[in-house]
Design a protein around this ligand. Structure first.
Ligand code: PMM
Length: 384
């Protein structure tokens, strides 16, 4: 698997790469300064003490943290850095990083920056060199309201990019809903099919994937982008997404896809409102447990999505720009990786490559538990 391009070097190890604010550190904030909610902190130097912070500003208090980000992770996920991936792909013992190359003029997240063949190839190589384990190449925008392009146009966009990146030894996935595009891509060296429709958009897709024998990302999807928000209605988003994903998984297995090659994805932002995305992110384990013999690997695609921009909106309500959500993406990456996600799909690789390694170390230390505490006590503290 190894190559000089970072994409196929799946060995674990360090990647090449604000200040704690007073309130986060448990220190009192000066009276009258705004807190994160934009309100004035209560007057008095001791108004915001550690005890209040534990249950207040940080939604997760110390006791819950111990359980939430533990080595085991949510029920059903293998836990932290050791989520089991699909057969045939190397397992570096941590969450993988998938870098995104959108060969589109109109993707919401990167606005056509990599539309030209040469710029897309060079961006894919850059992502790999920056530590992407996988480079995901797509030619069709799925931004809300997007209209479809023809299969010929999709192939024209992604074909040469996939061919060039695969020839350079990059581990490529093709982001497509069309069997004919997937077929070309696999022939050109793509090793994963990422289908945001989970086989619903093109009934020929599951059989093609079964024949190709490559890992297959089955994302939760309720319909094409032009009207997907009309479909963002749930009574119990986690239960409904899980049940709909289970039906997709059963269908593609019935069509011949090897269960050991399946990856599931909650489809953040696809027929989901912000509250749906957050609920899904915090219940990844339930999505992994679809009733088969083993939990399925979970891919998380939160990068630059609108729910992050809305979370970080300025006081006048203007959402944060897409690129301005990159740090929030890194935060989601760390949390999802610690919860056992198999892979995160991101636009900016370096900080996310760091985050998955932090999560792996975190989970490893948590797994060692009390033994680590004893060892630290016995040491000379030279590394503190
Ligand atoms: N999101 C987008 C495109 N492809 N694939 C998977 N598996 N999961 C996702 O969440 C996902 C995806 C849309 O984002 P983009 O326009 O930034 O690529």
């Amino acid at each position: 698997m190894a190559s000089e391009k970072g994409a196929t070097d799946l060995t674990a190890g360090g990647s090449a790469h604000q200040a704690g604010q007073a309130d986060r550190a448990g220190l009192a904030m000066p009276a009258g300064l705004p807190n994160r909610a934009g309100q004035a902190w209560p007057a008095g130097p001791s108004a915001v003490g550690p005890a209040e912070l534990a249950g207040g500003a940080s939604a997760v208090g110390p006791a819950e943290l111990a359980g939430g980000a533990s080595a085991v992770g949510p029920a059903g996920l293998a836990g932290g850095a050791s989520a089991v991936g699909p057969a045939g792909l190397a397992d570096p013992g941590r969450c993988l990083v998938m870098g995104v190359v959108n060969v589109t003029p109109d993707s919401f997240s990167d606005g056509g920056a990599w539309y030209g063949t040469d710029s897309a190839i060079s961006h894919g190589l850059d992502l790999a060199a920056a530590g992407a384990d996988i480079v995901d190449v797509g030619g069709e925008s799925t931004r809300p309201g997007a209209q479809r392009i023809s299969p010929a146009e999709e192939l024209r966009r992604v074909g040469p990019v996939i061919t060039a990146l695969a020839a350079e030894g990059v581990l490529v996935s093709v982001d497509t809903m069309r069997a004919e595009v997937a077929e070309f891509a696999v022939g050109a060296g793509a090793r994963i099919v990422n289908d945001v429709s989970g086989g619903l958009a093109d009934p020929a897709m599951p059989r093609l994937v079964a024949k190709a024998g490559v890992p297959y990302v089955v994302m939760h999807w309720r319909g094409h982008s032009h009207d997907m928000y009309r479909r963002a209605v749930y009574d119990d988003v986690v239960g409904e997404v899980r049940d709909e994903l289970r039906r997709r998984v059963e269908t593609v297995i019935a069509e011949g896809v090897d269960p050991s090659l399946l990856i599931v994805d909650p489809g953040l932002g696809f027929a989901k409102r912000p509250e749906h995305n957050w609920a899904l992110l915090t219940h990844l384990g339930e999505l992994a447990n679809l009733g088969g013999t083993r939990p399925l690997p979970v891919l998380v695609g939160a990068s630059r999505k609108r729910f992050l921009g809305r979370l970080l909106a300025s006081p006048d309500g203007t959402p944060r720009s897409f690129a301005g959500s990159d740090e929030a993406t890194v935060a989601v990456t760390a949390l999802a990786a610690a919860a056992g996600a198999w892979c995160v799909r991101v636009h900016e690789v370096p900080a996310n490559a760091d985050a998955v390694r932090v999560a792996a170390a975190w989970c490893q230390a948590a797994a060692e538990g009390a033994a680590g505490v004893v060892r630290q006590g016995e040491g000379d503290h030279g590394d503190l």
